[in-house]
Design a protein around this ligand. Structure first.
Ligand code: SF4
Length: 314
């Protein structure tokens, strides 16, 4: 009989989610509104089912799927609260939360757009199969989960609204396209590139594993916007031949890879591990985009063209 091998990533992911789930249960139990009641924890499998509905179902089917995420609570930030806000969005078409997250913080001080991870990532490889994609961590929070659901639905049914929000962005700012999720079709790529060309004052950057879609664009002889910078993130299902072609695209800055630093969080550990793995010189990601270098952030800078940026998985 074939033995199932558990990878370090799988074990670590499960440990993280167990700890997080127990913290969340404790927090919910301590909420005065939930006192004395058994808190219904939302199942991961139901989140996945609902995410798939958002990516492929009709509006009626998505509404019909909402009860699986409803824990009957109405207090802010509970699943019941999130379900009701999202239901109203599906019925009225009025967003239940910002399409672009403009709040930012020193770690990510940009206007950010996200969709649901997994179901909008056609190029996902081991990041999904080994479940080390960090985007799923945000699914502990109903607000973050439904924000991703909302944008996934908007890109399918109301791109005009996304366009409207994009055109409203403040002049000259940096925009990150896809913190969570990815470009899921050539239509989506075409939509974003049209907007990039319209707002040349914006500095737009992102990470993608949807290499097949970018290469389809290239094969059609279409141009990449001059204000869009792409980082090739690791974990893609495509092999070296794709990577080689992707590296030569005019929009590609370089690779952004994840390295197992075996528990050591320091940048020196990233440099050391990269060397040990024969990856040569890398720029170790400081994990703080707002203070990444003295002159802007590496992932969105042409000064870093061709430089592999590495982040530590610890
Ligand atoms: S290298 Fe800099 S810009 Fe890129 S993710 Fe890390 S901190 Fe952010």
């Amino acid at each position: 009989m074939k033995t199932k091998v558990r990878t370090i990533e799988q074990t670590r992911f499960e440990q993280i989610t167990k700890i997080e789930r127990s913290r969340l249960r404790k927090k919910l139990r301590n909420n005065p509104e939930n006192k004395g009641e058994k808190v219904r924890t939302i199942k991961r499998s139901d989140q996945i089912k609902f995410a798939q509905l958002c990516a492929t179902g009709t509006i009626d089917e998505i509404i019909a799927g909402l009860p699986m995420l409803d824990n009957g609570k109405t207090a802010a930030s509970t699943w019941g609260w999130g379900v009701e806000r999202f239901r109203q969005f599906l019925i009225t078409g009025v967003p239940c939360t910002d399409v672009f997250n403009l709040k930012g913080n020193s770690k990510l001080p940009f206007a950010c757009f996200s969709t649901l991870p997994g179901v909008t990532c056609p190029g996902a490889g081991e990041c999904l199969s080994l479940m080390y994609c960090y985007s799923f961590k945000a699914h502990r929070y109903p607000g973050a989960f439904f924000a991703q659901c909302q944008n996934t639905v908007l890109l399918r049914f109301n791109k005009e609204l996304v366009k409207h929000e994009f055109l409203k962005l403040q002049a000259g700012i940096e925009v990150r396209l896809y913190v969570d999720g990815d470009i899921n079709s050539i239509e989506t790529l075409s939509f974003w590139f049209g907007l990039c060309n319209f707002r040349t004052d914006l500095k737009i950057y992102g990470y993608s594993k949807s290499w097949d879609i970018f290469l389809q664009w290239e094969d059609k002889g279409l141009r990449f916007p001059s204000n869009y910078i792409l980082n090739l993130s690791s974990g893609s299902k495509y092999g070296d031949a794709y990577k080689k072609r992707m590296t030569s695209l005019s929009c590609t800055r370089g690779e952004f890879i994840a390295i197992d630093t075996k528990g050591d969080k320091s940048r020196a550990a990233i440099t050391r591990e990269a060397k040990a793995q024969g990856l040569g010189k890398v720029f170790p990601c400081p994990g703080d985009c707002g203070n990444c270098t003295s002159d802007g952030h590496a992932c969105g800078s042409e000064r870093f063209n061709g430089v592999t940026i590495a982040i530590g998985i610890h």
